[in-house]
Design a protein around this ligand. Structure first.
Ligand code: ZN
Length: 348
């Protein structure tokens, strides 16, 4: 399909964030970890695996509303979310779906199953994916990453995904600690393989590789160099907002740093994979304050912003504001929720 069909030079379809963690929206300003993390595993242990344990239904809801609002404000109309809240698993995916629906943004969520909290925790995560999908939720089956899952858990997630005819959304080889090879024999074309930094060129896993350049640099895990893979490649933020034009620009300079002959068409092709993963977003229309919306221009033009966003035929953003919700109210309530979250974090 020609994406320029019915599009004015200042328009694009809705942008897609192919890997997000809406639950991290309240993390900004969180209390510092007990000590400075020295590497990727410590970043997980001291920051993210503490934050996720402090989440409850209320903070999941306000994280998702704030994350959806911020996506909308940047022309991102479809989010592929990966969620974990080990002390509030049951019902969590429905809270996220409802929060995004209120703002008007499309979401496909998944619970990141893990054995970090024992076999009962893994079972509860699998059950939440199953419940949400059985009730007709737009979702996938989530796995945290092979290195925190037993072989049985990996097999159970793959089987559950086949049952529901959806893919598995899983972190793969983000750091060198990940024993990703245990996913071999389980993957399928509809899987999302997140990061792939430490995958060899020939890895034998099927699915779409999702590149998260800003997050990878932030965690100093290395460069994924996604052109070396046969898999389709998409673009995600790994929870650092949903500003996909910004992520495209970061992907571009990172690609250039590795190969000065790289062109903006390369990261634009990664951004465009989002429309294969979330085809409904092709029907959304974003009008921008810049024209033409051409990769070569956008690679070197900062501050391009939407003026109007139409999702599924409804105008959900116009004149600098969301139309369905009060953006200022969401920010105020999210800030209050963040204060409660930080208190719980400090008392863990
Ligand atoms: Zn992630």
């Amino acid at each position: 399909m020609d994406l320029s069909e019915n599009l004015e030079p200042d328009q694009t379809p809705g942008l897609v964030c192919a890997h997000h963690h809406l639950y991290s929206a309240l993390a900004r300003g969180m209390p510092a970890p007990p000590r400075t993390p020295a590497g990727f595993l410590e970043i997980l242990e001291l920051v993210w695996w503490r934050l996720d344990r402090a989440l409850d239904a209320d903070t999941i809801e306000w994280s998702a509303k704030l994350g959806a609002l911020e996506a909308l404000e940047r022309g991102c109309t479809a989010i592929i979310d990966h969620h974990e809240s080990p002390n509030s698993i049951d019902g969590s995916l429905s809270i996220i779906a409802a929060a995004c629906a209120e703002v008007g943004v499309r979401v496909r969520t998944a619970y990141g199953v893990t054995d970090r909290h024992g076999p009962d925790g893994a079972a509860a995560g699998l059950a939440e994916n199953d419940r949400f999908l059985r009730e007709g939720g737009e979702g996938m089956v989530g796995l945290h990453a092979a290195f925190t899952c037993s072989d049985d858990t990996i097999a159970a997630a793959a089987e559950l995904a086949r049952t529901h005819r959806v893919g598995v959304h899983v972190h793969v080889a983000e750091g060198d600690a990940d024993t990703w090879d245990r996913l071999r024999g389980h993957t399928a074309d509809d899987w999302l393989l997140i990061h792939g930094v430490h995958l060899p060129d020939e890895h034998g896993l099927t699915g779409t590789l999702i590149h998260n350049p800003r997050s990878n640099m932030n965690n100093a895990v290395g460069y994924a160099a996604p052109t070396r893979f046969a898999n389709p490649v998409g673009l995600g933020t790994d929870g650092i907002g949903a500003d996909m034009l910004d992520e495209f620009r970061v992907a571009y300079v990172k690609a250039r740093e590795a190969d000065v002959t790289a062109t903006p068409e390369l990261p634009w092709s990664w951004l465009s994979t989002g429309w294969d993963l979330f085809p409904e977003a092709r029907r959304d229309r974003v009008t921008w304050n810049y024209a033409p919306m051409d990769p070569w221009r956008l690679a070197y033009t900062t501050g391009v912003s939407p003026t109007r966003v139409e999702i599924d035929g409804e105008v959900v953003y116009a004149d600098g504001a969301a139309t369905r919700v009060d953006g200022a109210e969401i920010r105020a309530k999210a800030a209050e929720a963040a204060t409660r979250l930080f208190t719980r974090l400090e008392n863990l």
